[in-house]
Design a protein around this ligand. Structure first.
Ligand code: PHE
Ligand code: ZN
Length: 881
């Protein structure tokens, strides 16, 4: 155990602040190694003075206090005290102004929280608690103030000076310096403050809001990269339009600035009118960005823009309410992409993501509710549960209330709470009140962790022509929650007749419909449907109506039937995934027993039917052809056996490739696209399908020269990054000379493009070749790699840890030892990033005894280090359990 025992923050301890900050006037004298910050705060006590005077405790970290005065008078030493994370005024008056001067070193800020320098650009990151690394403040989201910000810097190095709100003044100063003054008329919490100063190029577009107000949209990037901002700009404009049309929400300032920087802990940040982005989510052109990158840009640009209402105008009372803004905003960006692209394909991708990141979290030692009850370090709670499960909870509300009811609720939410810092309960109350419904039981989704398992049993009575569905829900215990209560689960179902048509269903007095949403509210419930022919198959959780795991006895025949016929595209896809998962589990058992796995021909035929169904969208077929990941199969195993799963997945892929070889080859030829690259959904779907076919054909590349040629030619002739990466992804798994040829070529072409080199690092890290860890270690010495740059760390090391189960879980423990050593090194530089990579070590309970011991030993090794960050301490200690 470490000597330090960081404090646990609890939701039940929430108290409103003793003081309000009404206005903030900031002046920055910017220098890379020394920046001085003068802050002038207008403060007012917020409680009865008759109860006694409360001290004012301001947050502050790594600040050098230079001066402090109250109402213009320097404060005497005894009037205040300082410690490592706060400044306390012992007896402040009721209302006063406080002036504080601090100095900070942006260059030395490797944590990338607060004010830092990225490629010579000054920028800030204040969520969640970074503002306290800039100046002493009440750094909590329920303290909302107006801000006026003055920036002074060298004109040559920093011609661009930005902050929130409107530019009200600018001009020259002596000694080659200049200044700009910004004023934000909207009250905001400190986590939404931002400044940027640097030498940046800009892409600008003026659009009009629907009420006719012009808005200047600007995207700032490093010089030379302006040409890669067009897509992000289009997305920004489309987001603005969409939020008006679908949500009735209009932009509220004359300016919307976006800045892309190369060093950033997360994806992007929604600072009021000054979004700061990881440049990965801004920069794109066909040569350097894949279709997935374009889709990611669409998601993130829209997400940050949508935060202007859901997050900024209405913010969180405290950080336990984080999902109030994140879950809702993810739901909104998902809906945006669904309206822009194929809704079913988007749904499939979102579910894949939820299952890959959130289900394991919910099943492991870091499980927490959508609204957590406690934390040590809030930065550890920007999780898949808060974001993705939070969005699923909002989606269920949307399903229960319908689009019109949901929008009624949104309208009331905005009317009631604009300008406030509120809670998840406030949001649900607005939804309930606007629709006159009771959502009390539904609210359990916010407080209860764990993925519910829903067991479904169907039974047909031929004599009566009735079908009974019995449904039970259980949620396994999670840390701190031994017993679970039943949730309100909206389970969408359908029954198919022998021809694969929907059988209209009625529940109680309701109208007949092809899809029924069963309101599961109890641990066990039965539903009876009368006057039916015998159903050939039951279609469960249509559209993934609830974030649950469904367990049902289904035969291969039924799954194949659903794959072929279900009217719900999600279930068609899901039935294929279930079928493939079952086959891989069987295959793993066979591999362990030293037997040849056999593949049910029904699966092959059902896959062929999807492959050749010309009515299906190509992007959908590509999703259907993508076998479940090794990690997904691992989740279904009692004790994870990484080698067996890898072998079984490879065998299933080979079996499909052999049986459908002619179809794949034909598809590959037919989908050849001679038109110039376009990132639109249809063209992307065509590429995805063609590259899926290539992936199956690549299983022959080792033995057959002509398939090797196909693969390397696909790489050589690619006129876009999507195709280039598709070939390279396959080549890195092959121990062939073509592998090195392509990797070298890629490095030659893109060696000086940091973003593109991330792809090169990531691909080598996910290779299943046996020497992958050695290569990863060697690549850490590559000049383009740096531990101080989160994108590099995530690309090379994050990919190895989180996306290469076979090599990460090497039986000798080498992957774990590497991970632990790296964690300690990184913790000294950037604790947020170090902690964020740690989760896989916490999955030790899922493995065999040998691996368990090795994983636990590494966690203990980490925890034995004195001076660990709170971030890593929290994850490692919880992971050890
Ligand atoms: N609030 C950001 C978003 O979801 C994410 C973020 C969190 C960025 C913390 C930086 C720091 O859009
Ligand atoms: Zn967000």
């Amino acid at each position: 155990m470490t000597s330090q025992q960081p404090q646990v923050i609890r939701r039940e301890d929430y108290r409103p602040p003793d003081y309000r900050i009404e206005h903030v006037d900031l002046a920055f004298e910017l220098g890379a190694e020394e920046t001085t910050v003068r802050s002038r705060l207008t403060l007012r006590s917020d409680h009865e003075r008759s109860q006694g005077i409360r001290p004012l405790v301001l947050h502050g970290e790594e600040l050098d206090l230079r001066a402090i005065s109250l109402d213009g008078e320097p404060l005497p030493d005894g009037a205040y005290s300082l410690d490592a994370d706060s400044l306390t005024l012992h007896e402040p008056p009721e209302a006063f102004t406080l002036e504080i001067e601090t100095a900070i070193n942006p260059k030395a800020n490797t944590q990338l929280s607060g004010l830092y320098v990225s490629n010579d650009v000054f920028c800030t990151q204040c969520e969640a608690e970074g503002f306290r690394r800039i100046t002493y403040f009440l750094d909590r989201p329920d303290v909302m103030a107006t801000y006026r910000t003055t920036l002074r810097a060298e004109r040559a190095a920093c011609p661009v000076l930005l902050s929130n709100g409107n530019l009200v003044e600018e001009g020259d100063l002596e000694g080659g310096r200049h200044y700009a003054v910004w004023e934000d008329p909207f009250r905001k919490p400190s986590y939404l403050f931002a400044l940027v100063a640097g030498d940046l190029a800009c892409n600008e577009r003026v659009v009009e809001t629907r009420s006719g107000r012009p808005v200047r949209l600007r995207i700032f990037v490093e010089h030379g990269k302006e040409g890669r901002t067009g897509y992000a700009m289009d997305v920004l404009e489309r987001s603005l339009r969409w939020d008006e049309e679908r949500f009735g929400l209009e932009y509220d300032l004359d300016l919307f600035n976006v800045v892309a920087v190369s060093d950033f802990n997360m994806g992007a940040m929604e600072n009021k009118s000054l979004n700061v982005f990881n440049d990965k989510y801004i920069l794109a052109d066909p040569e350097t960005a894949t279709d997935a990158d374009y889709a990611g840009i669409e998601t993130v640009v829209a997400h940050e823009y949508f935060h202007n209402w859901t997050g900024n105008r209405i913010t969180c009372r405290d950080w336990f309410q984080l999902s109030l803004k994140e879950g809702l905003t993810v739901f909104r960006d998902q809906e945006f992409s669904s309206d822009m692209r194929s809704r079913p394909v988007k749904r499939i991708q979102d579910v894949r993501r939820l299952r890959a990141a959130q289900f394991p979290e919910d099943a492991g030692p870091l499980a927490h509710p959508v609204r957590p009850d406690s934390y040590i370090e809030i930065n550890n709670f920007y999780t898949a549960t808060i974001y993705e499960k939070g969005a699923e909870v909002i989606r269920m509300l949307h399903g229960l209330l319908g689009e019109a009811g949901f929008q009624k609720g949104m309208k009331l939410y905005v009317e009631r709470h604009d300008g406030q810092a509120v809670t998840c309960d406030d949001f649900v109350a607005a939804m309930a009140d606007a629709n006159g419904v009771d959502l009390e039981r539904f609210k359990r989704w916010y407080g209860q962790a764990g993925t519910p398992e829903v067991q479904v049993n169907g039974c047909y009575d031929a004599q009566r022509g009735s079908y009974d569905l019995t449904v039970t829900q259980t949620t396994r215990p999670t840390p701190g929650q031994e017993t679970k209560e039943p949730l309100h689960i909206p389970l969408a179902i359908g029954l198919l007749d022998g021809q694969g048509r929907d059988i209209p269903l009625t529940l109680g007095e309701g109208p007949a419909s092809d899809t029924l949403v069963l309101p599961l509210c109890e641990e066990r419930q039965s539903f009876r449907f009368e006057g039916l022919p015998k159903p050939a198959a039951v279609s469960l959780n249509r559209g993934f109506s609830a974030p649950i795991t469904v367990r049902a006895e289904q035969s291969g025949t039924e799954r194949a039937f659903l794959m072929a016929h279900d009217s719900d595209p999600f279930v068609r896809w899901e039935a294929g995934q279930d079928f493939a998962t079952a086959l891989m589990l069987e295959g793993s058992e066979a591999w362990r027993a030293g037997e040849e796995p056999s593949v049910d021909p029904a699966f092959i035929e059902a896959t062929r039917a999807i492959l050749t169904d010309s009515r299906l969208e190509q992007a959908f077929i590509a999703e259907a052809l993508a076998l479940p990941s090794e990690d997904y199969v691992a989740e279904r195993m009692e004790v994870v056996n990484v080698e067996a799963i890898h072998a079984a997945r490879g065998a299933l892929k080979r079996a499909l490739a052999e049986a459908l070889r002619a179809d794949f080859a034909q598809l590959y030829e037919r989908l050849h696209d001679s038109a110039p690259y376009s990132p639109d959904a249809e063209a992307a779907g065509r590429r995805a399908l063609r590259n899926a076919a290539l992936s199956y054909l690549s299983v022959f590349a080792e033995a057959e020269p002509q398939e090797r040629v196909r693969l390397i030619e696909h790489y050589r002739q690619a006129d876009n990054m999507t195709d280039r990466m598709a070939a390279l992804r396959l080549l890195v798994d092959l121990d062939l000379p073509e592998r090195q040829e392509a990797l070298d070529d890629f490095e030659n072409r893109f060696g000086d493009d940091a973003l593109v080199m991330d792809k090169w690092f990531a691909l080598q890290a996910v290779s299943d070749l046996p020497d992958t860890l050695e290569r990863v270690k060697a690549l850490m010495q590559h000049p383009a790699f740096s531990l101080e740059r989160p994108n590099k760390v995530r690309a090379l090391i994050g990919s190895f840890i989180a996306a290469n189960p076979l090599r990460y879980h090497a039986a000798d423990g080498s992957g774990y030892a590497f991970h632990a050593a790296l964690t300690l090194k990184l913790d000294a530089l950037n604790p947020q990033v170090a902690a964020r990579l740690l989760a896989p070590l916490g999955r030790w309970r899922r493995f065999d005894a040998g691996r368990q011991e090795k994983m636990k030993a590494e966690l203990q090794r980490i925890l034995a280090v004195p001076k660990l960050s709170r971030d890593v301490y929290e994850i490692a200690s919880k992971a050890l359990g």
